[in-house]
Design a protein around this ligand. Structure first.
Ligand code: UDP
Length: 243
């Protein structure tokens, strides 16, 4: 199924619900054609305005979901339909939840040493029967890249989660999509950190109040500078809507 794509600052975002996003991901897995899914929040879209490679990768992706209240707000501000936020973390959990019954093989790539492995243990306890066929931390030298790609390919996953941060994860997937031969590759940012218990997700009330971005900025002071991306994003979208 094709969804309406909303152009937000040059990045085309699919207008769909979580349920539709999950169904689309499952379709991509069954079709067996290596595909990429991205989860676009305001920060990623802002980055893509300056990084044309990232922008072109996103616009070639099989699916770009609206991750973040800012993305949904922007679509509405531009007069377009965007039914709800599809957070990357939640989408990853929905895919993991379905995997055992569909006999799908999953690979976790990214995060600090031990984090992907801890996330695997968590997945195995929360989703009994899940097959995590490999894990690898996300710190490597450029010369290790081809070895990593061949290790992933050898384990024949149906789904590859890549958590290297933006835009590294999107670029890694796009550069190696054909060699990886994985039907569904998705960049998942801090998902393993949350699963491993290294990072906390914002409390539900903050998520509902659309303040998850603020929580992340508070929890990781090193990200504080990145908080400026949101007001810049809002300003740019206002300008886009006037042109
Ligand atoms: N990360 C990694 N390799 C790198 C840089 C980052 O594996 O070279 C991991 C980092 O440990 C974290 C994840 O990427 O687990 C996502 O980082 P962040 O929360 O900053 O993601 P973003 O907000 O950029 O999606």
């Amino acid at each position: 199924m094709a969804f309406e794509r909303i152009n937000i600052l040059g990045v085309n975002i699919d207008s769909l619900t979580m349920q539709q996003a999950v169904e689309k991901c499952e379709d991509l897995i069954s079709e067996r054609i290596p595909s990429m899914v991205a989860t676009a929040n305001a920060e990623m879209i802002m980055r893509a305005t300056k990084d044309s490679e990232l922008r072109s990768i996103l616009n070639r992706s099989a699916l770009v979901v609206p991750d973040g209240a800012g993305t949904v707000w922007a679509a509405h501000h531009l007069g377009c339909k965007m039914p709800e936020r599809v957070a990357g973390y939640d989408l990853a959990q929905e895919i993991l939840k379905l995997a055992p019954s569909k006999n799908q093989r999953i690979y976790f790539f990214g995060g600090a040493p031990e984090v992907a492995e801890k996330a695997r243990l968590k997945a195995e306890s929360v989703y009994p029967g899940i097959q995590i066929v490999g894990t690898r931390n996300g710190f490597f030298k450029p010369e290790d890249e081809s070895k990593i790609v061949s290790e992933i390919r050898k384990s024949k996953p149906d789904v590859l989660f890549v958590a290297l941060g933006v835009p590294k994860q999107e670029k890694f997937i796009a550069h190696h999509l054909k060699q990886l031969k994985v039907p569904l590759c998705i960049g998942v940012g801090g998902t393993f950190d949350v699963m491993a218990g290294v990072m906390k997700r914002a409390p539900e009330w903050m998520q509902k109040a659309k303040l998850e971005w603020l929580f992340r900025g508070m929890m990781q002071p090193t990200r504080a500078g990145r908080l400026m991306a949101l007001p810049k994003f809002v300003w740019k979208v206002y300008t886009q809507s006037k042109n």
